[in-house]
Write a protein that binds this ligand. Structure first.
Ligand SMILES: [Zn+2]
Length: 78
């Protein structure tokens, strides 16, 4: 399978974070097929369009207290 383009990765990441956030890198990776090492560079590219928030919090999916990503303005309170 061809490597997804940087643009595809941004689309995948923003869609994922829009649907469910905050998410840790491990959960982003399993749900998006992005390599863990790809997430930060993709988030940085993403920020040219949408601000990405990084913080220490509980991941919505695995509930680990770790570095999680979310999109500014779309984080929903549980
Ligand atoms: Zn997680």
């Amino acid at each position: 399978m061809p490597e997804p383009s940087p643009r595809d990765k941004i689309v995948v990441l923003t869609r994922l974070l829009f649907e469910q956030s905050p998410l840790c890198t491990a959960c982003i990776s399993t749900r998006s097929n992005l390599a863990v090492t790809d997430i930060e560079p993709t988030a940085r590219r993403c920020e040219e369009m949408i601000p990405v928030k990084r913080e220490m919090a509980h991941c919505k999916v695995c509930e680990r207290w770790t570095l999680v990503y979310s999109l500014f303005g779309v984080q929903r309170k549980a």
